[in-house]
Structures are given as structure tokens and as C-alpha cells.
Design a protein around this ligand. Sequence first.
Ligand code: ADP
Ligand code: MG
Length: 395
Amino acid sequence: RRKAKSRRMNATSGIKKAGEANIAVSVRVRPLNRQEEVDGRKAVVKAEPLKNILVQRIQGAVNPSNREVQERFSFNSTFGPETSQEDLYNSVARPLVIETLHGYNSTIFCYGQTGTGKTFTMEGVDFNNWVHSSGEGILPESAGLIPRAVDDIFKHINESGVESTVRISHLEIYNEKLQDLLAPLDNAPEPKIFNGKGKDHMLISGLEEFVVKDTAEVLRFLKVSLEKRTTAQTGANERSSRSHCIFSLTVHMKETLADGDDVLKVGKLYLVDLAGSESATVSSHTQETRNINTSLLTLGKVIKELNEHHRHVSYRESKLTRLLQESLGGKAKTAMVATVAPTDAAVDQTLNTLRYAQQAMNVKNKPEANERRSRKNIVREYLSEIERLQRELAA
Ligand code: ADP
Ligand code: MG
């Protein structure tokens, strides 16, 4: 009897309340790279049908018989090594990009160990090389989510004919310091996060925002900002594996209705290439703290607190979680792409990533559009209301 009851409770606890939307989590498994093939590595992580990820491993110590152990995880969607950039964009990002054009704020995170394809997924391959040769409106297959999202937004704006202004900014968080990747000056002062209207609405002062009119123009900006990211310091690889890169695109839209009123909508899209997940792992042997990334650790903590329905959530403990508060349990729509390597060598990090991603799936947002109607006709409405009341009185 008790069993039946608990099963019933489980069945209902998964039901969403109206207006809620969980973070949509997908997993992308990258192909074996050349070196892994040369080394004879096996692909032990597989994207299966039914949105599952299967991890197979030999677990000698726990499992003296050396039997193969399998673990299976379910997600909102999973993508194997053969997945094209276009397919990934269409399944994961496109729905959120469209929501941006309806006035929603949307965020897509890439989370995973260094070398698993976060930047491949966000930017694409050899981004710097094809930016100049790509010309107007033609993206190569290797283009990632950022160029595809930008291109899609301009395509929709041009088709709809809605009066729109698009602005972009590009920001890096490294060692809890913000750096404006589009700042014209090298020694620009650090941008600051401050509270806007509404409880989880954050603004940044001192961050350059550029109005852009087409994809080619955005690509030229990105070439500058991504070069800045990779050449800013010696040890560029180390830096890019420990820093968070946040591309943001804001669309202001004005639509005039048949009655003459204007509907003003603002949608914001954040595309976030997170630091390597290993930089939030504390080595238990040495208690080494040098690698700890406050923003990444706090992101995990915030996700855990939201899962456990804490009354206080630690958004304020890091720059990343402060900035993206709205995307974590707030009014934005959010998706996460967890990237993993296929090999047996990486299996521990892969399992960490998959468990983390499962936690993120339980985070519920309450999406709300930024839409305002300008009541041009308000005087006319009042006059007709007065007229109606006078008629009522006279009757
Ligand atoms: P991260 O940003 O997570 O550190 P990268 O995006 O730099 O990882 O990817 C590491 C390497 O693997 C790069 O050479 C990249 O081109 C390649 N790679 C990653 N994902 C894929 C994929 N899905 N298909 C083909 N190559 C990939
Ligand atoms: Mg990277």
C-alpha cells in the first residue's frame, strides 16, 4: 500500500506547474580524434536512441571479475559524433532563438571538460579563418551556434518586416574579473554588474554594446573579440579553459497594431561557453585549490540549491551566477549542452559531467516575455468609456 502511494507521488511530482519550463539539457558526444584513434582508444560513451547516453567501462577495482559496467542516463536530447552543426542548432538553439524574437530572454550554456567540444559547439571550427571569406549570409557547415543564431535572427527580422534593432556584446569572466572583449581600448576599466529593475534583472555598466545590421558585421566583431580572448595572455589555452565567455545579443522590436498601438518587445540571447568543468574539481589527494573556479563552483552550487528548493540561492557568490541569475530559476528560457569525450580515458570526467547535467534538468524557470504596449489610443479609449457611462446614466 505504502509503495503504491509513493509511486503515485513520484508520478505527480514530475508534473510542471503552468508557466514553468525546466532547463532543457542535451548531451553531445564528440568523435574520437586522430590521436585517440592512433592510440587505439575505444569509444565507450554512446548517444543511443530514446535520448539516452550509455557509458560502458571496465571497473576492475570495484568489480574484481573485470566485468563491463554500464550506466545509462536520459536527457532531453542526445547527439552522437555524426551530428552536424546544423542539426544541433536546429534541435537545441533554434527554438530559443525564436523565443528571443517573441520577447523572451534565452540562454544556452555549453558545459563540459576541456577538449570535449564546447567551443566547437558555440563558435565552430577555424572560426577565424572563415569569418572573412564567408561573405554575406553564407555560413560553412562548421559554423557553430553563435553565427547560426545571429544569422537566423537577421533572417527572421528581415522576413517579418518588424522594426528591430540588434545589439551585441561579448564578455569574458576570468578569475572573477569581467573583461569586455569588444572594448576598443586594451586598458578599458572593468565592467561592473548592477541590479536593474526587477529582482533578477542584472545590467552591466562599462560594457560596449554595438548596433549591428547583418551577420557579416557580427562576424567581423567576433573575429576581433575572439582574437582578443586567445591572444590576451600567454598561456592562452590555460586561460580559455578557465574562463567563461558570454556572447549576448539583444533585439528591440516595435510592431504597430491595426488600432495604432505599438507593441514593444525586447529579447535577449546569451550564448555561454563555460570554463572546462575540470576547473571546478578539487583533487581530493592534494586538496589543491589552485584550480578552483569560483564562478563554475557557484554555478554547480546554485543548481543544487534550486534542486533542493532552498529559500536562499547563492547567486551573489560569483560573477557568472549573478549575471545569469535570470537564466537559473528565473524568467528566462534556458538550455544546456553538456559536451563529453567518447573515450575510456575520460570516463570519470564524463560521468561527472553527465551527473551535473542531470541536476540541471531539474531546474525550473518561469519564462516571461518582455513586452509592453504603448497606449497611443488611451485618450480615445477613455473618451469612448465616458460616452458609454453617460449613455448608461441617461438610460
Ligand atoms: P573545448 O572548448 O570544450 O575545450 P574544443 O571545442 O576546443 O573543446 O574541441 C577540442 C577539439 O575537438 C577541437 O579540435 C575540435 O575541433 C574538436 N571537436 C570537438 N567536438 C567535435 C565534434 N563534434 N566533431 C568534430 N570535432 C570536434
Ligand atoms: Mg574551448
